[in-house]
Design a binder for this molecule. Structure first.
Ligand SMILES: *Cc1c(COP(=O)(O)O)cnc(C)c1O
Length: 431
C-alpha cells in the first residue's frame, strides 16, 4: 500500500490543524498509524489520494445509508444552489422535513432542526431542564452524546456517581448535575431514582450504543428507563443520532416497543450534510423559543442544501422498505462470516450486530457495558486494523467503533471483507 501523498498532506495538515484533523478519530492515532486522505468516494468504496481503493465501513460514521455520492440524492442539487444557499428566513422544505420526521416517529409531535448531533443533545437537555424545572440529568457510561460540556463525563467513585469531567476545560461545577450509571445496569438505575428521582430532569441514552463498539441496550433496561421516567416525571431522551432511520425507518420505538419523551437525530437525517434535530411531544416542545422561554437558535439551522439532501434520503428510505431488509441480510452475512472465521481460528471473540451495524470485539462476551468493552485486546485490534487496511478494507480506526453498512455494499464486497477478515485476524495473531 503506497501512501506517499497521504503522508505529504498529513505533514502539512498538522502544521495548520490540531493533529491534522477536524475530528480526533480521523487521525488514526489510536491504531498508531497516520491517516489516509480521501480523494473521492463512490458507492461502497473510498479512494485515497494515492489511488488506493477501500471497501468503506465508516460511511462517514453512519449517515450514508445509500453509500457514497448516490445519484438519487445529488440530482437537482445544482438547482437548489442556484436558488440560494441560506436565507435566514424560513422555507417550505423545512416544514416538509419536520413532517417526514414526525410521521416516522409517533412519539414526537414537533421537531427543531440544528446543525449537528452535539447541538441536538445539548439543546434537548436544556429543553428537558426548562420543561421540568430540574437540573440533574442521568447518562450512561460508554454512551456518547456529542462533546458539550455537561456530557463529557465519566463515573466517579461511590455508589451514586456524579460525573467527573473526561476533558480538561470542563469545570467540575458544570458536570455536578450529571449523574452517571453503568449501561444496562437495572439496579443502579433503580437506586439512583430512589435517591434522586425527584430532581432528575432527564435520562439520555443510546438505546443501542455505537460508541463503545456496538453494545445493545437490554429490552428490560430500556423498559425500566421508561418506567422510572414516567414514575418520577423525568424526560426520557433517546439519542438516536446513530440509530435513527438506520435500525429501521421507525428506529428505536419500533425495535424496543418503547417510546421516549424526546429524541435526538443527526447523521442519517443529513445524508452526509451537517444536520441534527431534536423533537418531542408538543407539550415539551412548547417551552422552546419563540413560543416558550427556553432559548435555542441557529443561523444555518434548516439549511436548504442540507434539507434537500436529508429529505430525499428519508423519502427514499421511507418508500423503499426493502433497503432495510437488504441491509439486514448483508449485515447478517457479514456477522456470520466473521463468526465462522473466529471459530476456524479458535478465537474467543464477540461479534455484535443491530440492523446494519456490526462490531467485532477482541474480547470474550457477553459485552453489555463499557467495562466489558474495555477488556478488549487493543494491541491485537490495532494489528488487525492495519492488516485490513492493507487488504483494502476500511473500518473505524478504533476498537470502540461499529462497522456501518450501506445499501451500496454488494454481496461481493461482503465476501471480500469476510475473506480479508480471516487473513487479517490470522496475521494479527501470528496463526
Ligand atoms: C455522533 C454522535 C453524536 C454527536 O453528533 P455530531 O454530529 O458528531 O456532533 C451524538 N450522539 C451519538 C449517539 C452519536 O453517535
Amino acid at each position: 500500500m503506497i501512501n506517499e501523498k497521504s503522508e505529504q498532506i498529513y505533514k502539512e495538515a498538522v502544521e495548520y490543524i490540531p493533529g491534522g484533523v477536524n475530528s480526533p478519530v480521523r487521525a488514526f492515532k489510536s491504531v498508531g498509524l497516520s491517516p489516509i486522505f480521501v480523494d473521492h468516494a463512490h458507492g461502497s468504496k473510498i479512494y485515497d489520494v494515492d489511488g488506493n481503493e477501500y471497501i468503506d465501513y465508516i460511511c462517514s460514521w453512519g449517515p450514508l445509508m445509500l453509500g457514497h455520492s448516490p445519484k438519487e440524492l445529488s440530482e437537482g442539487i445544482e438547482e437548489v444552489i442556484k436558488k440560494g444557499t441560506s436565507y435566514g428566513v424560513p422555507t417550505q422544505i423545512e416544514v416538509d422535513m419536520a413532517k417526514i420526521i414526525v410521521e416516522a416517529y409517533p412519539a414526537i409531535d414537533q421537531v427543531r432542526m440544528v446543525n449537528s448531533g452535539t447541538e441536538a443533545t445539548m439543546s434537548a437537555l436544556r429543553v428537558a431542564r426548562g420543561y421540568t424545572g430540574r437540573n440533574k440529568i442521568l447518562k450512561f457510561e460508554g454512551c456518547y452524546h456529542g462533546h458539550s460540556d455537561s456530557l463529557l463525563v465519566q463515573s466517579g467513585s461511590g455508589t451514586i456517581t456524579y460525573g467527573v469531567p473526561t476533558s480538561p476545560g470542563v469545570p467540575d461545577d458544570v458536570v455536578k448535575h450529571t449523574l452517571v450509571c453503568k449501561y444496562n445496569d437495572l439496579d443502579a438505575v433503580r437506586e439512583i431514582f430512589k435517591e434522586e428521582g425527584n430532581e432528575i430532569a432527564a435520562v439520555i441514552v443510546e438505546t443501542i450504543s455505537g460508541n463503545m463498539g456496538l453494545v445493545k441496550g437490554k429490552q428490560e433496561f430500556i423498559e425500566l428507563l421508561r418506567e422510572v421516567c414516567t414514575e418520577y416525571g423525568a424526560v426520557l431522551i433517546f439519542d438516536e443520532v446513530i440509530t435513527g432511520f438506520r435500525l429501521s425507518y421507525n428506529s428505536s420505538p419500533a425495535y424496543f416497543g418503547v417510546n421516549p419523551d424526546m429524541v435526538c437525530f443527526g447523521k442519517i437525517i443529513g445524508a452526509g450534510l451537517p444536520v441534527g434535530a431534536y423533537g418531542g411531544k408538543k407539550e415539551i416542545m412548547s417551552v422552546v423559543s419563540p413560543i416558550g422561554p427556553v432559548y435555542q437558535a441557529g443561523t444555518l439551522s434548516g439549511n436548504p442544501l442540507a434539507m434537500y439532501m436529508g429529505k430525499k434520503n428519508l423519502e427514499i428510505l421511507r418508500d423503499n422498505p426493502q433497503i432495510y431488509t437488504e441491509l439486514e441480510r448483508k449485515a447478517k452475512k457479514l456477522e456470520d462470516g466473521i463468526n465462522t472465521n473466529l471459530e476456524k481460528l479458535d478465537l474467543d471473540y464477540t461479534v455484535t450486530r443491530a440492523g446494519s451495524l456490526v462490531c467485532l470485539f477482541f474480547a470474550k462476551g457477553p459485552i453489555e457495558n463499557y467495562d466489558d468493552a474495555k477488556k478488549c485486546d487493543i494491541e491485537k485490534f490495532n494489528k488487525y486494523f492495519a492488516q485490513l487496511l492493507k487488504r483494502g478494507i476500511l473500518i473505524g480506526p478504533s476498537q470502540y467503533e461499529a462497522m456501518f453498512l450501506s445499501n451500496a455494499h454488494t454481496d461481493e464486497d461482503i465476501e471480500k471483507t469476510i475473506a480479508a477478515n480471516y487473513e487479517a485476524l490470522k496475521v494479527a495473531h501470528n496463526l
